[in-house]
Design a protein around this ligand. Structure first.
Ligand SMILES: O=C(O)CCC(=O)C(=O)O
Ligand SMILES: [Fe+2]
Length: 334
């Protein structure tokens, strides 16, 4: 259904709020801005960035990346095509609808039970890598530049994810390819375009329910004007600040496992706003499903025992646990 201003149907009203309205003004996260250019250059110039990166990923599990190789103008184009797609008449968007039991395509979140509270959002979910797994018939033809912009964005993210995984490894004093090798050359990269329309009851309704990502890492292009993303740390919600030219990068469960829990995959959610809608583009980097995902041996020692088992096909585990209302990463704990 298309979400409109007006009455909010019961199915969207969150019950287990802890007293506080969902749109309370929470503090902003204090996370660093990391310059990817400094990470690409000499070891000496990157040393300081690596310390910042390790500290950010072990406390907040996220950071903002600048000098990632995409211009602010290009990021605005990505935001524009996202907006233009969601502004198409519903009939046109439905041409790209998810088919039964499919996650790729346009629509609302998957409903797994009758009691499930619904998110105030629409999304378009597309595999972007490996290229031969793209389902082009689900890639919008309107706006006309949608496909070429997404292709260019995807090419850029391929380079960026390599830099980020190598830096994550170096910050842990590990061999720089260890994350990339564990996750495989054909790791899946999925793009999720989100629209959170204005909502008449932001105090009661969420744009995206609390969850941690099942990816290794997620790269988010945030709306330039409207905040909404929040992270839970020590039982308190914090707002993710907007830096228009930055990519917001967060750790998902699989990188928490590989790092033996040093990097944190935090629970996050998206709140709504009564005046303005919000768009975002989240890109998930998902290891090959037949790879063994487990803590790097060098990160297991007497002072830091092994916290996670070997797991395979985490997306499958994720769905089962999520369905039961449990945190999927529990399945991997020793
Ligand atoms: O909209 C956002 O900023 C983040 C969305 C998100 O957390 C997700 O799709 O997993
Ligand atoms: Fe997420």
């Amino acid at each position: 259904m298309e979400l409109q201003k007006g009455e909010v149907p019961e199915k969207y009203i969150q019950k287990d709020r802890d007293g506080e309205p969902l749109d309370a003004k929470f503090p902003a996260m204090d996370i660093p801005v990391i310059d990817l250019d400094l990470l690409r250059t000499s070891p000496t110039s990157s040393a300081h960035e690596l310390v910042k990166l390790r500290s950010a990923l072990s406390s907040w599990g996220c950071f903002q990346a600048i000098n990632h190789g995409m211009t602010p103008e290009f990021l605005d184009k990505v935001r524009d095509v996202t907006k233009q797609f969601f502004e198409l008449p519903l009939e046109q968007k439905k041409k790209y609808s998810k088919e039964a039991n499919e996650i790729q395509g346009y629509g609302n979140e998957i409903v797994l039970s009758d009691e499930q509270k619904l998110d105030w959002s629409e999304s378009l979910y597309l595999v972007i890598q490996p290229e031969d797994q793209r389902k082009l018939k689900l890639w919008p033809e309107k706006p006309e530049v949608f496909r070429s912009i997404l292709h260019e964005y995807s090419t850029n993210l391929q380079l960026i994810t390599k830099v980020v995984f190598k830096a994550m490894a170096s910050s842990l004093k590990l061999e720089e390819n260890c994350f990339l090798d564990q996750y495989g050359e054909s790791a899946k990269v999925k793009a999720k375009f989100n629209l959170y329309p204005p909502c008449p009851r932001p105090d009661l309704v969420l744009g995206h329910k609390p969850h941690a990502d099942g990816s290794a890492i997620t790269l988010i292009l945030q709306d330039k004007n409207t905040e909404g993303l929040q992270f839970l740390k020590d039982n308190q919600w914090f707002r993710a600040p907007i830096i228009p030219e930055a990519l917001f990068i967060n750790i998902g469960d699989q990188a928490e496992i590989s790092s033996n829990g040093i990097f944190k995959s935090l629970v996050h959610r998206v709140v709504t706003n009564s005046e303005r809608g919000r768009i975002s583009l989240a890109v998930f980097y998902i290891p090959e499903i037949d790879k063994d995902i487990e803590p790097f041996e060098k990160l297991v020692n007497e002072s830091r025992p092994r916290l996670y088992k070997i797991i395979k096909n985490y997306p499958n585990i994720y769905l089962q646990y999520y369905q039961q209302g449990k945190r999927p990463i529990e399945a991997a704990k020793m």
